[in-house]
Design a protein. Structure first.
Length: 478
């Protein structure tokens, strides 16, 4: 018989908004906000920085370095949390992020700004991963979907408000102010961590850092970023193959390392954690087709301006947020399992709608595809993440939880590189007419569907294995 959370333990939004968990909710949401708003603030302010500092040829590296170091930070987050405790690790990460923000905001030259972006990335990668790892520690199971709903609201707000705020600050004050607005936010975050997250005993003795795995992951991300900038030549293919080999080598080496970065069943198709991590990777990788190209397509195929194109692109984030809020109250474990596979299915259907929209040049269908994709992520992402956290053994939970946002970021970066290569190979960069651009983009989105489909089948296999036990109450850390 389907297990449900009893009426006496039903979750309410006020519990995470104004109750005993309010401080924890504010801390975790601000950690997410630092990442979300920083992404939109910087992307909007960076062109003005280039105008002042020069170094236009380095603009791609301002994003690439941030992503490489964010993924490295997220990868090592569980290890640092186990060694030093969440409180010390979060404060150290926030100080790194603040230092990077000051480097970037006060940079006298582009090279200094790039150093700042690397520090920002490493600090924010740590913050995002540790905040994820704290969710199952701080909140009882019944409140976890509400927490993911609150974080989805942060992302939707950043998607709509971030570019506008950055544009206003850059135009009325300066691009430097758009960077430096992160400083007071990070100081508030540190204050919240000091109040909410208690001191913790070290869970793991100091040991040698897993340099082999970290080096392979860093080199793999660098290869992906260079391939993304290399166009459609054979060099890009070799770099992408090299990156795949480095990632596989990192996972293989980690399984035999005394200081592991990943859960022991990471990416094993026969295990729930392994299946789930593949879904976490494949869904964002497939969605990167829309996240990278949709604004460009709306502007060049439909002739809309940047503001309207950006607003239509943000439809996905808004739908993700609204659906995540709507499903957060689901108590039935059977329905939760169903939502886990419905999410990838909606992603596939949304990509099909976008392909049809490109073929027919129908903006309504394109917006419908965005709605379906957002609904898919909103319906499944929170329960998929919660299910993987709770399915992990206690000693593995930190690694699993911290890996989720890191893997998501890596998937978007890898998807952008792979699909960018396909787009360039099909003439997207040199397209001068609408039909030429349509043809190139149809190939890209067909490949995106091919990437999303295995995620759907993996979800069908995984879902029955999750949410099989009734929740055990957990106590808040503060």
């Amino acid at each position: 018989m389907d297990a449900q959370v009893s009426t006496g333990t039903q979750a309410h939004w006020r519990e995470i908004a104004v109750g005993r968990y309010a401080g924890a909710t504010a801390t975790l949401c601000l950690g997410v906000a630092l990442f979300a708003f920083n992404s939109f603030l910087v992307s909007t302010a960076l062109p003005s920085a280039i105008d002042e500092l020069g170094g236009a040829s380095l603009i791609a590296w301002s994003v690439s370095l941030y992503l490489i170091f964010a993924i490295l930070g997220g990868t090592i987050a569980a290890l640092l949390k186990a060694r030093y405790g969440a409180r010390a690790a979060l404060i150290g990460a926030a100080l790194l992020f603040t230092a990077g923000t000051l480097f970037a905001g006060l940079a006298p030259a582009m090279a200094v700004l790039l150093v700042g972006r690397a520090l920002q990335g490493f600090g924010e990668g740590l913050i995002a991963a540790i905040c994820y790892a704290l969710i199952p520690e701080i909140f009882p199971s019944r409140l976890v979907p509400r927490v993911f709903g609150a974080e989805a609201m942060v992302w939707a707000t950043a998607a709509f408000g971030g570019p506008a705020v950055a544009g206003i600050i850059s135009e009325t004050v300066s691009w430097r102010a758009a960077f430096l607005v992160n400083v007071p936010l990070s100081l508030i975050f540190i204050a919240l961590v000091l109040k909410v997250v208690p001191h913790a005993d070290r869970q793991q003795a100091a040991a040698a850092l897993p340099l082999v795995q970290l080096s392979a992951i860093g080199a793999g991300m660098a290869a992906v970023m260079i391939a993304d900038m290399a166009g459609a030549g054979s060099g890009a293919i070799l770099l992408l193959v090299l990156a795949a080999l480095l990632y596989a080598g990192a996972v293989y080496s980690d399984r035999r390392s005394p200081a592991r970065l990943f859960p022991k069943d990471a990416f094993r198709l026969g295990q729930p954690i392994g299946l789930g991590l593949w879904i976490v990777f494949l869904m964002p990788m497939a969605h990167s087709a829309a996240s990278v190209y949709l604004v460009y397509l709306i502007q060049h195929l439909w002739g809309y301006g940047a503001t309207l194109a950006g607003a239509l692109n943000a439809v996905m984030a808004v739908c993700w947020s609204l659906v995540a809020i709507a499903v957060a109250s689901v108590a039935s474990q059977r329905i939760r399992r169903r939502l886990i596979w419905l999410g990838p299915l909606f992603l596939v259907l949304g990509l099909v709608a976008i392909i049809t929209a490109l073929w027919k040049t129908d903006i309504v269908l394109l917006v419908g595809g965005q709605v379906l994709i957002g609904a898919g992520f909103g319906a499944s992402w929170g329960y998929l993440s919660q299910g993987l956290m709770e399915a992990s053994p206690v000693e593995e939970r930190n690694r699993t939880s911290a890996l989720l946002p890191t893997l998501q970021s890596a998937a978007y970066a890898i998807g952008a590189a792979v699909l960018g290569f396909v787009a360039n190979a099909n003439g997207a960069g040199s397209a001068t007419t609408g039909p030429q651009l349509q043809q190139a983009m149809l190939t890209v989105f067909i490949l995106a569907i091919a990437i999303a489909l295995p995620g759907f089948f993996a979800a069908l296999k995984l879902a029955p294995q999750l949410f099989r036990e009734k929740e055990e109450p957990r106590e808040c850390l503060a």
